[in-house]
Design a protein around this ligand. Structure first.
Ligand code: P6P
Length: 345
């Protein structure tokens, strides 16, 4: 008789990573970095859930390099991520939305990976209990330069920035953890996209979405239309077209926007459609950062059969010049993103 799957025959993130390593699709050292990131996400999930009762809502009283007021949880989540990556002993350099410059990690025993992350994206939603998420990407050390001249801070910093500023096409792995009605870690190591739902009863991320694929097309768009006036004409025409019922058999597209990239992206990945953060007259390159928001999400969407575009090119082809560089982002189902690009030609 076919082996019936017992409820105890579950695949955890750990057993998934061990199997991938056994299959040779990933390096054991990378598995250690990913396991450390999973620990950080479990800690942040707990902090986020209890923010209102542990005095962790509200502002930290400081601003990050973007000039954005840091929430207490931004600062705490950043520390949690940095500590977990240091403890992995396999991380050489980290770049965070919450750190002005990349940081080289002394406690590196091997692996020497470069990890870029936004420890708590959408944190402005925390006080209202709305979904947030952590986003991360992992690169091999850049061939251009090893970490040397430890005693020359200037050269050291140049090395760090060089190691961090790699195109998304060089990513070895990327993922995010959604903190919402459930805590879901979504991950790709270049062989498809896998989702793991956190089971707090056993303290494990359990495989819940094997080999995720984004629907070829969807009926949902996620843009902040408050910026409509500042958009270029082609984009306004695109948006008007999505609302033109007669063009879509009598039913226009639906608008869904929660102002949290991880939540809006996850819904787009599962239901199809498009998420966009365009440039506008005030911010020509939009708001989202290439390195630790747009590139990791674009690797995931491409691995799931979708498209990640700047509107005029593939996000993963963009060569970063600066750590906190912004790019416009249009990401989701192939049909919707390619239709948008046709308005921007
Ligand atoms: P706006 C959150 O601050 C964030 O970086 C993303 O998570 C989110 O999609 C976007 O900005 C929301 O920006 O300008 O629409 O409030």
């Amino acid at each position: 008789p076919a082996q019936t799957k017992s409820e105890y025959d579950l695949v955890t993130l750990t057993s998934f990573l061990l199997k991938e390593q056994a299959k040779g699709t990933m390096d054991g050292e990378l598995a250690i970095v990913l396991s450390s990131i999973a620990v950080a996400c479990k800690q942040i999930a707990s902090l986020v859930t209890r923010a209102g009762i542990s005095n962790l809502t509200g502002l930290a009283g400081a601003a990050n390099i973007q000039g954005e007021d840091q929430k207490k949880l931004d600062v705490v989540s950043n520390e949690v991520f940095c500590n977990a990556l240091r403890a992995s002993g396999r991380t050489g350099i980290i770049a965070s939305e919450e750190e002005d410059l990349p940081v080289s990690v002394e406690e590196t025993y091997s692996g020497n990976y470069v990890v870029v992350f936004d420890p708590l994206d959408g944190s402005s939603n925390i006080d209202a209990g709305i979904s947030t998420g952590s986003i991360f990407g992992i690169y091999a050390p850049s061939e251009e330069c090893a970490i040397e001249d430890m005693d020359d801070p200037e050269k050291m910093m140049q090395n760090c920035v060089l190691n961090v500023c790699q195109p998304g096409s060089s990513l070895l792995a990327s993922g995010y953890c959604l903190y919402s009605s459930s805590t879901v870690l979504v991950l790709t190591i270049g062989h498809g996209v896998f989702g793991f739902t956190y089971d707090s009863q056993i303290g494990e991320f359990v495989l819940s979405h094997p080999d995720l694929k984004v629907p070829e097309e969807g009926k949902i768009y996620a843009f902040n239309e408050g910026n409509y006036e500042g958009w270029e004409t082609g984009l306004r025409d695109y948006m008007d077209s999505l609302k033109n019922a007669s063009k879509w058999g009598g039913k226009p597209y639906s608008a869904r926007y929660i102002g949290s990239l991880v939540g809006d992206f996850h819904r787009t990945l599962l239901y199809g459609g498009i998420y966009g953060y365009p440039g506008d007259t005030r911010n020509p390159n939009g708001k989202l950062r290439l390195l630790y928001e747009c590139a990791p999400m674009s690797m995931i969407i491409e691995q799931a059969g979708g498209v990640g575009s700047t509107g005029r090119g593939r996000v993963l082809d963009v060569m970063p010049e600066k750590v906190h560089q912004r790019v416009p982002l249009f990401i989701g189902s192939k049909k919707e993103v390619e239709y948008l690009e046709s308005f921007l030609k």
